[in-house]
Design a protein around this ligand. Structure first.
Ligand SMILES: Cc1cc2nc3c(=O)[nH]c(=O)nc-3n(C[C@H](O)[C@H](O)[C@H](O)COP(=O)(O)O)c2cc1C
Length: 196
């Protein structure tokens, strides 16, 4: 009887000391971006902050050229940010997508299939390619059978950075946070759904 009581109390002590996070479920959101002047990077940081509002969400922030195959394929969601270059995504971001096959060998398994995807952008001028930039990012994701979502704006989060703009203003940053939060929420919903 004494031995049993002792075993139970040791077990209880172990359980109370075991880290609370040990077997808590989590999701991983990868935020990948290109930025030369820092504007898109600032939006990326807002996206990260928004995703982190959702409990249990781990976020990895990386420049597109530094993402490894393992990081890409182990993420539950991917949010890609690009400056507008000639009304489209930057070449660095397009190369990132192309390398999913050239460097990471994504096919024939469709390794990004059913992961959640979203986009954000910054552009110098009003109406000069931000929506097209986000749509081309989303198109690359759709081509990989990802599940794309918006947030912050109709196609993702965006900011105008040149002319009389103060750079990234509070409203634009709030849009970036909203995008990150929505992606994390949708990813949780998908991950928690019963498998059929
Ligand atoms: C090569 C090049 C092409 C650009 N083309 C456009 C464009 O078509 N439309 C636009 O609104 N801004 C354009 N811009 C401005 C950038 O999109 C804008 O300054 C952006 O915020 C830069 O992001 P970053 O600070 O993260 O590098 C261009 C900039 C460069 C360097």
């Amino acid at each position: 009887m004494k031995i049993l009581a002792c075993t139970i109390s040791i077990g209880l002590v172990y359980l109370s000391l075991a880290p609370a996070w040990a077997d808590e479920p989590s999701i991983m959101v990868l935020v990948a971006y290109h930025s030369m002047g820092g504007h898109t990077e600032k939006m990326a940081q807002g996206v990260v902050e928004g995703a982190q509002r959702v409990p249990g969400t781990k976020v990895l922030l990386k420049r597109v050229g530094q993402v490894t195959a393992d990081e890409l394929f182990s993420a539950d969601a991917l949010i890609v940010g690009s400056p507008v270059y000639w009304s489209n995504m930057a070449g660095e971001v397009k190369t990132f997508f192309d390398n999913w096959q050239f460097k990471f060998g994504i096919f024939p398994e469709w390794k990004m299939r059913n992961k959640v995807g979203a986009a954000f952008t910054t552009g110098g001028q009003l109406s000069s390619g931000k929506e097209l930039t986000m749509l081309t990012i989303l198109a690359a994701m759709l081509g990989n059978q990802m599940i794309v979502v918006s947030g912050g704006g109709a196609f993702g989060a965006s900011a105008t950075t040149e002319g009389d703009s103060p750079g990234i203003d509070e409203k634009e940053l709030a849009g970036a946070k909203e995008l990150g939060q929505r992606v994390a929420e949708v990813t949780w919903t998908m991950k928690s759904a019963p498998k059929r």
